[in-house]
Design a binder for this molecule. Structure first.
Ligand code: ZN
Ligand code: ZN
Length: 279
């Protein structure tokens, strides 16, 4: 499996890509029959992911799958630009069923630019709370259960219930991708609103793999508090026999510095390219 970071808050030095507070990945693998899988996972806030992909020589029109980690607009607003003039009807779209619900914070809309109905017109949609396997070793995890009590669900802005009444948004749709490589599990996240330890533990369970080879993505961790301490403790155990940790997007410098004291933290930025050997 190959992964390229199309958008992140930071860009790597020496490569002149665009950065923005959002995330987008391009993931390549092949299915059990050897057919190529070209997956666009999240799209950032603007068209920066498209400009960066072009500069990297990646043709996003050839994507076979579009997957969203969750509905926040720093992951989904890029859809507006992606869908503009492109026939996406043959692309398979994978997400949690609540991904395209309306969301807002204060006076500002913070959700996806298109409703679920519009998405169903534009893509071949597969929306499910349960894990969706693209290959036996590559999976969209779906809804993440709360496994670790120190990572409870927290409201973030507002959304609507089934009857369109405003309710606090617990970001139930927040999910991640999991890949079982020769060296263990690779977890790729959006913002980890569900909690990175919950995601990793659920990924281990779904993929039937205890070893962790890499964790990359946003973690929504900012303060050097009790939760961060417990997170470091959990991840230290996961990485006790190797692996690499790539915290990015929504992780403060303070949190990264705390994590780097005990975890195998590596630098992340747009243009980062990772490859994981298959089983
Ligand atoms: Zn988010
Ligand atoms: Zn985010």
């Amino acid at each position: 499996m190959k992964l390229r970071l199309l958008v992140d808050n930071y860009t790597l030095i020496g490569e002149y890509y665009l950065g923005e507070p959002g995330i987008s990945y391009y993931i390549e693998d092949e299915d059990a029959e050897g057919r190529p899988l070209r997956i666009l996972f999240d799209m950032g806030y603007s068209d920066a992911f498209m400009k960066n992909a072009k500069a990297m020589g990646i043709d996003l029109a050839k994507a076979t799958h579009v997957i969203f980690s969750h509905g926040h607009n720093d992951h989904t607003r890029g859809l507006r630009f992606f869908c503009d003039g492109l026939d996406t009807s043959q692309m398979k779209l994978i997400a949690h069923p609540l991904c395209f619900e309306r969301k807002w914070e204060g006076d500002e809309e913070s959700g996806a630019p298109y409703s679920r109905e519009e998405m169903e017109k534009r893509f071949h949609c597969s929306l499910s709370k349960t894990p969706q396997f693209l290959t036996p070793n590559l999976c969209f995890l779906g809804e993440i259960p709360t496994i670790h009590p120190f990572e409870p669900r927290k409201p973030l802005g507002m959304t609507v219930d089934q009857d369109n009444n405003p309710i606090e948004d617990l970001v139930w749709e927040d999910s991640a991708m999991a890949y079982r490589s020769a060296k263990g599990l690779v977890i790729v996240t959006g913002c980890s609103h569900s909690g990175i330890c919950n995601i990793v533990s659920y990924g281990k369970r779904v993929m039937r793999e205890e070893r962790v080879a890499a964790v990359i993505g946003g973690l929504h961790l900012f303060d050097a508090d009790e939760r961060l301490a417990r997170t470091v403790e959990f991840l230290e155990d996961c990485f006790s026999s190797g692996g690499t940790f790539y915290p990015c997007h929504c992780v403060s410098l303070k949190a990264k510095m705390e994590m780097a004291k005990r975890l195998p933290v590596e630098e992340v930025g747009v243009g980062l390219s990772l490859e994981f050997a298959s089983l």
